[in-house]
Design a protein around this ligand. Structure first.
Ligand code: G6P
Length: 614
């Protein structure tokens, strides 16, 4: 949700900022802008992508030669439509203070009325603009204060979430940065510093970073940085070394990040298991939770909270943990959990799952669970993210940076983590060590099977060609493949804008069957497991209403080819592990349908990769 970059150092700031914004564009891409400071403050901002801004800034940059500091923003609209006016940075009326902001100022309306009554003129419809006028008002009333102090005072009036950068020509050699709820990282170079919403724009310059925590404010100059709380208490921060390379966040010959990330899955699966699945020793080593494993095993109940694709992984986690570890599991949308006054206590374990580790609702669910005394564990992909830091224990998925807005490799990585967790929770309780070894032996075969599914890419593309103009899709699955049906439908919706619904196959007769006719493609996951015969009946039910069946089935299943119009054959795997394979053809199908329809799969309309607002 909105990308923030800042630079102060010795390089020409504009290209650094623009390149940084491009790396953050997955966070929001409806408008973009930069402010450069070189004696005077100059702003260029407009509706549209960063590339558009880059082209149009050529002249602007000539007007502001040699600026070696500035800030940039790429927006995901919350308050006010995408437009030039609503794009950030926002300026005060005198044009000597600029603010970029990620998050939502919840009391902006009251603040705005107050400022308007004091003759402040607003040029945008955004909540963010109140920040710059608030800073201006405080500075006017006490001109002897410095930028840091006025920003700190202004933030005391603000309710809501922010990650922000403030610069001013009145104090030209500093960037004031603050965070509450929206992530910010400072990159440490030599004689130069970078600020960004996440590490992606920073990695090509330095691998040394400091993550700001909620309620912290930093002043960054060419000489260094200082970090204090909003209450003005100095903070000692640890410098973290990033462990991913630039190559990992580039497309590497693929047409889109999403396709690259789908194809990365076999390698990611290896990475997730590396060092954790110790087949030769017949055990799992889950470092991030080892000290808490006994407490986790004693949980009366596990509640999994997440959003979007991570929530689907959570549903699979429920099936896995209940089946293997026999601990009752509930799965909740984080946004529902946090507001429904849930009954949670010290006997409960709450597992939050988040690729980004920054999703606002998931973070709030985590905090609610903590307040109520539950043991809170995280499964996150982004190292050092807020959720990762605020959970008591947890595991990183190690899927590498995921740039495509629609999650793919992070999902399979989450499912593997949950599979390993379920086995770890069962050990010594519900399944024998020998059985665990058998499960692990199967798990390590999955990357190679996933690679074989990727070889079906052209077959899946030709199926996509036939169905790309459909108006609706239905996805059906049972058991472990029910959440996969949900995920398949979500992928298609997100990137192709075709309406799609996922359903447990048996529930079809309670509603969706009414929709089935010759125009309705129905994707049915029909792998051989304990519900196989039931799924065959569901296929018959669809066929008899002229629905067009595309089946995902196991290699060698002749019966399916008799029933379905198209069959995508995938390698056999046992039920609990099958989602890791069945989801891959669905990702590819969604990808091809979307690209054939001319959609921008990496940046689908209205979506954002990291949803840091409620
Ligand atoms: C957004 C993204 C989804 C993601 C969801 C949860 O909606 O577009 O791809 O699944 O947020 O994100 P998280 O980072 O918490 O997994």
């Amino acid at each position: 949700m909105c990308g923030i970059v800042g630079y102060i150092g010795w390089q020409d700031a504009a290209p650094v900022l623009l390149k940084g914004l491009k790396r953050l564009e997955y966070r929001g891409y409806d408008s973009a802008g930069i402010a450069l400071l070189n004696g005077t403050l100059s702003v260029m901002k407009q509706k549209g992508s960063v590339s558009g801004l880059e082209t149009d800034t050529l002249a602007f940059r000539k007007e502001t030669p040699g600026a070696t500091m500035g800030v940039g923003h790429t927006r995901w609209a919350t308050h006010g439509e995408p437009s030039d006016r609503n794009a950030h940075p926002h300026l005060n009326t005198a044009g000597d203070i600029a603010v970029i902001h990620n998050g939502i100022i919840e009391n902006y309306s009251a603040l705005k009325q107050e400022l308007i009554s004091q003759d402040y003129v607003f040029v945008s419809e955004t909540d963010s603009e109140v920040l710059v006028h608030l800073i201006d008002r405080i500075w006017k009333s006490e001109p002897s204060l410095d930028l840091e102090t006025v920003t700190r005072s202004a933030l005391r009036h603000v309710e809501g979430a922010y990650g922000l950068c403030v610069i001013s020509s009145r104090e030209p050699d500093k960037i004031v940065v603050a965070r509450k709820g929206s992530p910010l990282v400072i990159g440490i170079g030599i004689g130069e510093f970078f600020i960004a919403s996440d590490a992606a724009p920073i990695i090509e310059h330095t691998n040394k970073v400091v993550y700001l925590s909620d309620g912290e404010l930093a002043v960054v100059t060419r000489e260094g940085y200082s970090i204090k709380t909003i209450e003005n208490v100095e903070q000692e921060k640890i410098v973290t070394e990033l462990d991913f390379s630039l190559e990992k966040i580039e497309k590497g010959g693929f047409e889109h990040f999403m396709l690259k990330e789908i194809f990365e899955q076999p390698a990611v699966m290896h990475d997730v298991m590396r060092g954790r699945v110790r087949l030769e020793e017949g055990r799992l080593c889950l470092g991030g939770i080892e000290d808490y494993l006994d407490r986790l095993k004693q949980a009366k109940r596990i509640i999994i909270c997440a959003c979007g694709t991570s929530w689907h992984a959570g549903l699979i986690g429920e099936y896995l943990i209940e089946e293997f570890a026999r601990i009752p599991v509930e799965v909740d949308y984080a946004s529902e959990f946090r507001y429904r006054n849930p009954i949670v206590g010290v006997d409960d374990v709450v597992i939050v799952i988040s690729q980004s580790g920054e999703t606002a609702d998931t973070l709030a669910a985590l905090r609610t669970a903590k307040e109520k005394g539950a043991l809170v564990m995280g499964i996150c992909n982004v190292v050092g993210s807020t959720i990762a830091r605020e959970t008591l224990c947890g595991m990183y998925t190690h899927a590498g940076p995921e740039i495509g807005v629609a999650s793919t490799k992070a999902f399979t990585a989450q499912v593997i983590m949950l599979y390993m967790l379920a086995l770890a929770l069962s050990k010594g309780r519900t399944i024998s060590s020998d059985e665990i070894v058998l499960h692990l032996k199967e798990l390590v075969t999955i990357p190679e099977k996933a690679a074989r599914i990727l070889e079906l890419d052209s077959q899946i593309k030709s199926i996509a060609e036939r169905f790309k103009d459909a108006k609706n899709f239905l996805y059906l699955g049972r058991g472990y493949n029910f959440p996969v049906a949900l995920e398949g439908a979500l992928k298609l919706k997100e990137i192709s804008y075709i309406h799609a619904e996922g359903y447990p196959a048996a529930e079809m007769k309670h509603g969706p069957i009414a929709l089935i006719d010759e125009d309705m493609p129905v994707i049915i996951i029909a792998t051989r497991d304990n519900t196989y015969s039931k799924i065959l009946s569901n296929i018959e039910e669809v066929r008899s209403r002229k629905g067009r069946v595309i089946a995902i089935a196991n290699d060698g299943d002749q019966e399916i080819s008799r029933l379905a119009e198209h069959v995508i054959y995938i390698p056999q795997a046992s039920g609990p592990i099958t989602p890791l394979l069945t989801v891959i053809p669905l990702q590819l199908l969604a990808y091809h349908i979307a690209t054939l329809r001319g959609c921008n799969v990496d940046r689908p309309r209205n979506l954002a990769k990291s949803v840091t607002v409620e």
